[in-house]
Design a protein around this ligand. Structure first.
Ligand SMILES: [Zn+2]
Length: 158
């Protein structure tokens, strides 16, 4: 704490200033300007007289804070989306590796049992279905993350 803070704290607590502090108040323009306000605050605190809150205060505070709250919500939404994408992308190489070997093995087995064109058709359709399911799953991540954020916001408001 600076000497100004110490002196103003003593004034706020209603303590008598010693000679050094009184000399500082008379020499310091900041403390000279602040001492009247600090003594008024100290007197209000000592009297336990709480000024009434203006009725429009909370609406005004909410209106002024709305842009900041919206920016915070957007930032939190992006962070949630990034975490969800990161969590989903971690197992993706393993999933692709296993699917590749599954389709290749299935194609080899089908090639023994069926004509080549039919086994290729079945394996290709299976691979296309897997690709479509993966695309749908990863495409849903931003939607689910946004929904989770909306639900979390509604829980916070309730
Ligand atoms: Zn000072």
């Amino acid at each position: 704490m600076t000497e100004c803070d110490d002196v103003l704290s003593q004034l706020l607590l209603g303590r008598a200033l010693d000679a050094d502090a009184a000399a500082h108040v008379s020499a310091c323009p900041h403390c000279t300007a602040e001492q009247g306000r600090v003594r008024r605050v100290a007197a209000l605190l000592a009297s336990d007289d709480v000024p009434p809150v203006p009725p429009a205060l909370s609406a005004r505070v909410l209106r002024l804070a709305a842009p900041l709250l919206a920016r915070q919500a957007r930032r939190a939404a992006w962070w949630t989306l990034a975490r969800a994408l990161a969590a989903a992308l971690v197992p993706l190489p393993l999933i692709l590796f296993l699917d590749f070997h599954l389709v290749r093995t299935a194609y080899g087995v089908l090639n023994v049992l069926l004509p080549g064109a039919v086994s290729f058709y079945v394996a290709f359709n299976y691979a296309a279905t897997l690709a479509l399911l993966l695309a749908l799953t990863y495409g849903m991540i931003p939607i689910v993350a946004e929904r989770q954020m909306r639900l979390r916001r509604e829980e916070c408001r309730a």
